[in-house]
Write a new protein. Structure first.
Length: 245
């Protein structure tokens, strides 16, 4: 099966960067990788919907740290609105509310629904399970504030891409297995290529380990920055396919 032409063109751009001698992400420091990621996403930005209500929100995480959220609302839609809680991708190391702003705008307008984007803290400064706990704290805030914001706390989906989809996956499992840790049980999940098992290496990871944007070495670089130690790879909250149920 051939690649979609748009994807093929995108991969060609990535290959051009490598051919120009630019370092791969795993050859950078986390701060350098974040700057490069933000610059790249800015260059790839498209004319995403602008006719939305967008609110910057800051809440307090359980340890007192500031946690940034961004709430998108479609205009002209009656309340209460269903909500997509969205976790951005980036291997738990890079990515931000800004890098995934366009994606959240598209979901908000096209669904339509409110989108709450969660600016969880990144590794290696904040290793596993901080990002998950930030997700739990964001959901607790949403459960408390939904009515006052004109949001329907009974119609919530958890979503994300890559590492963000992993967070959405784990939080959905927690909502069933450990409901005391998650204030909202999702009605649906929107999972875009989640990382579901860091404990083993499958053939596909080796076969497509180079030339398809996400290098095998970069994936391992993400894991090593996020995990506190090798034992975390076996924790179902790190590798949700290892959950018993």
């Amino acid at each position: 099966m051939s690649l979609h032409p748009d994807l093929e063109a995108f991969l060609d751009l990535a290959q051009d960067s490598q051919d120009a001698g630019l370092p791969a992400m795993h050859q950078l420091t986390p701060s350098e990788a974040r700057a490069t990621f933000e610059q790249t996403t800015a260059q790839l930005r498209w004319p995403a919907p602008q006719d939305l209500e967008v609110t910057e929100i800051e809440i307090q995480a359980r340890d007192g740290a500031a946690l940034a959220l961004r709430l998108y609302r479609p205009k002209g839609i009656e309340s209460p609105l269903p909500v997509l809680v969205y976790f951005h991708g980036g291997g738990f190391v890079v990515g931000s509310l800004d890098s995934h702003d366009g994606v959240c705008r598209e979901f908000c307008q096209r669904t339509p629904c409110a989108v709450l984007s969660v600016g969880y803290r990144l590794a290696p400064e904040h290793r596993f399970p901080t990002a998950l706990e930030d997700g739990e704290d964001a959901l607790a805030w949403l459960a408390e504030q939904a009515v006052s914001l004109g949001l329907d706390g009974s119609r919530v989906a958890f979503g994300g891409d890559s590492a963000g989809a992993t967070l959405a996956t784990v939080l959905a499992i927690q909502a069933v297995r450990q409901p005391h840790t998650v204030a909202i049980a999702p009605k649906a999940q929107l999972l875009c290529y989640p990382v579901t098992d860091a404990s083993r290496v499958h053939d596909s990871r080796l076969l497509f380990g180079e030339g398809y944007l996400l290098e095998n070495d970069t994936l391992e670089w993400f894991y090593q920055h996020y995990a506190r130690g090798p034992e975390d790879y076996l924790d179902w909250r790190f590798s949700p396919l290892l959950a018993e149920d």
